[in-house]
Design a protein around this ligand. Structure first.
Ligand SMILES: Cc1cc2nc3c(=O)[nH]c(=O)nc-3n(C[C@H](O)[C@H](O)[C@H](O)COP(=O)(O)OP(=O)(O)OC[C@H]3O[C@@H](n4cnc5c(N)ncnc54)[C@H](O)[C@@H]3O)c2cc1C
Length: 532
């Protein structure tokens, strides 16, 4: 997947696309795969990097959502569990099975959560990830050696999926290309084009790298811009009202020593009524999340002090070792795209839902929003079913239930620390074989090897240092200070690949330095180097 090739294909394209998809997060990438794999002529445009917004900032769970079960939203859980199973089959290199333990401190929690998890198992049916069961106090401590033992009665264990969200997004963009579509990052849609009778039939888009403007025709335009959905709807109808109710969620990342072993902690109800997770991920512990209403969408949301305090304090309640701000290796925020229906009466927030909302405007703009990462494929299937009718193209059935995502491999675990590359792992290994210095890591605190920078730049459309350090590798989330320290070396390697000079390197390091500040806690703590 190379950007130059994609831009050339766009410039050489004759006539109208069947579909132009705006937005390269989980939703837009899913829609583009759905369209391209049905044989439709498809273009996806992302204004920044793939998954830059919400889709790289999730809790990294491919799950039915135990929280929705508590709320009695069975149909949502059922659909998500089905999708969880399909995603594990289609991207086994990125989706893994993880044990979650609900620790019980009150007498009623064991039976209560035990029954709840049995229902969860039942709903998963054949696609169950493992049977839930009660654990004694001793068994609970075996799974969670550092759980707070005071007052612990036992626990309930259940199984769910975990993934690397940003890497899945990149592999999905590669899948779009393999299915015959075009997927481009750093191309922003700045306007919609309408026919004389007002029907939307294309977009104006600007290449963010060189400012070149394109007018691109399409039978149907699909708005999959997550928290930015209303900005595109207003290009169609300047009077369109807000549908988004943005809510921020923050995670903190701790050293693995806070929760050794392979099991996660799930606390079904914290003080503010949220589910709290402490999850082993890429040899770190991710603790999250919060739910704070915010004023509007933001591409680079920043954790608030209250959110950080909440997470640090709650992690301390459940872990033997109480984390302090200095223990936080990275903190990241994401904004949930919670939406109301565009046609709901103004001011009516009762329809805010975790389910997705598909809407077609009077001028033919298709908007797909809401939902969650886990259900992206089903959202995409529904969208293209409707959009194909609107575009008046030949109806073709969906094939994505059993479509492998780029990188699919039957036994990815055989590639060791490259398992997440799946079928690309031999390619990365090949780079290291040809130039052994590329097998080196930059820094003991981070697992990223030099070959991964080359691979990401050559084959995964990484254009900026941030693309490599935040999304092709997860260095920024694993240890923000260490990521900042290696940024100059990463920039130099990328510059060689991209044919850029010293000015570019300097600019990139400057931009990444500013970005990384948002992931580190108090300036004093940024000086403390992690021991990992
Ligand atoms: C804190 C948190 C935790 C979560 N945890 C989970 C979880 O564990 N599991 C799960 O299943 N789900 C989870 N979710 C939900 C999931 O992350 C989101 O539902 C999903 O990522 C939304 O994807 P999206 O593509 O709709 O939006 P986004 O990822 O925001 O993508 C929209 C894209 O549109 C682009 N765009 C905007 N305007 C333009 C334009 N004019 N031109 C071109 N491109 C444009 C943006 O740059 C952006 O990349 C979580 C969400 C949050 C906030």
């Amino acid at each position: 997947m190379q950007r130059d090739t994609g831009i050339r294909a766009l410039e050489d394209h004759d006539g109208a696309f069947d579909f132009i998809v705006i937005g390269g997060g989980a939703t837009g990438l899913g829609v583009a795969i759905e369209a391209a794999s049905r044989g439709y002529d498809t273009l996806l445009l992302e204004m920044h990097d793939f998954a830059k917004a919400t889709s790289s900032r999730s809790t990294k769970l491919v799950h039915g959502g135990v929280r929705y079960l508590q709320q009695g939203n069975i149909s949502l859980v059922l659909e998500a569990l089905k999708e969880r199973g399909l995603l594990q089959e289609n991207a086994p290199h990125l989706v893994t099975n993880l044990a979650f333990v609900v620790p019980n401190y009150d007498w009623w929690e064991g039976p209560f959560y035990g029954i709840g998890m049995k229902v969860y198992d039942m709903l998963a049916g054949r696609q169950n990830f493992g049977r839930s069961k009660h654990l004694t106090r001793e068994e609970t401590l075996k799974h969670l050696p550092t759980i707070e033992p005071k007052g612990l009665r036992g626990g309930v264990i259940y199984y769910d999926g975990q993934f690397d969200d940003a890497r899945l997004a990149v592999n999905m963009a590669q899948t779009v290309v393999e299915q015959g579509g075009i997927a481009l990052n750093y191309v922003k849609v700045t306007d919609l084009i309408k026919s004389d009778d007002g029907v939307i039939n294309g977009v104006v888009a600007v290449d963010q790298e060189n400012g070149k403007e394109y007018r691109l025709d399409s039978k149907v335009v699909i708005n999959a811009t997550g928290i930015f959905t209303d900005s595109i709807r207003r290009m169609d109808d300047p009077e369109a009202r807000d549908t988004l109710r943005p809510s921020q969620g923050v995670h903190i990342v701790l050293d693995k020593s806070f929760l050794p072993g392979d099991s996660a902690i799930m606390v079904p109800k914290t003080d503010d009524g949220r589910v709290l997770f402490a999850i082993p991920w890429l040899n770190r512990i991710v603790v999250g999340t919060t739910d704070t209403e915010i004023d509007g969408p933001s591409m680079e949301p920043v954790p608030m002090q209250e959110e950080l305090d909440f997470l640090i304090e709650h992690a301390g309640r459940y872990l033997v070792k109480d984390p302090t701000p200095d223990d936080v290796l990275s903190a990241f925020a994401g904004v949930r795209p919670l939406v109301t229906r565009p046609d709901a009466p103004a001011g009516d927030t009762s329809e805010i839902s975790r389910e997705h909302v598909l809407h077609i405007s009077n001028n033919g703009l298709v908007t797909i929003s809401g939902g969650k990462w886990t259900t992206y494929r089903k959202m995409a299937e529904d969208t293209i079913d409707q959009a194909a009718t609107l575009a008046d193209v030949e109806e073709r059935p969906s094939v994505t239930k059993h479509l492998h995502i780029h990188g699919w491999h039957e036994h990815p675990e055989q590639f060791g620390d490259l398992s997440q590359y799946g079928s690309d792992a031999p390619g990365v290994k090949g780079l290291m074989r040809d130039r052994p210095e590329l097998a080196e890591t930059f820094d003991d605190r981070l697992p990223i090897r030099k070959a991964m920078v080359i691979w990401g730049t050559r084959h995964e459309m990484a254009r900026q240092v941030e693309d490599i350090l935040a999304r092709r590798s997860r260095s920024l989330l694993l240890n923000a200070r260490a990521a900042l320290d290696i940024a100059p070396e990463v920039a130099k390697l990328m510059a060689q690949e991209l044919g850029e000079g010293d000015d570019w390197v300097e600019e990139q390091v400057q931009a990444f330095t500013e970005l990384a500040q948002n992931y580190m806690l108090a300036p004093e703590s940024t000086k403390v180097q992690s021991t990992t």
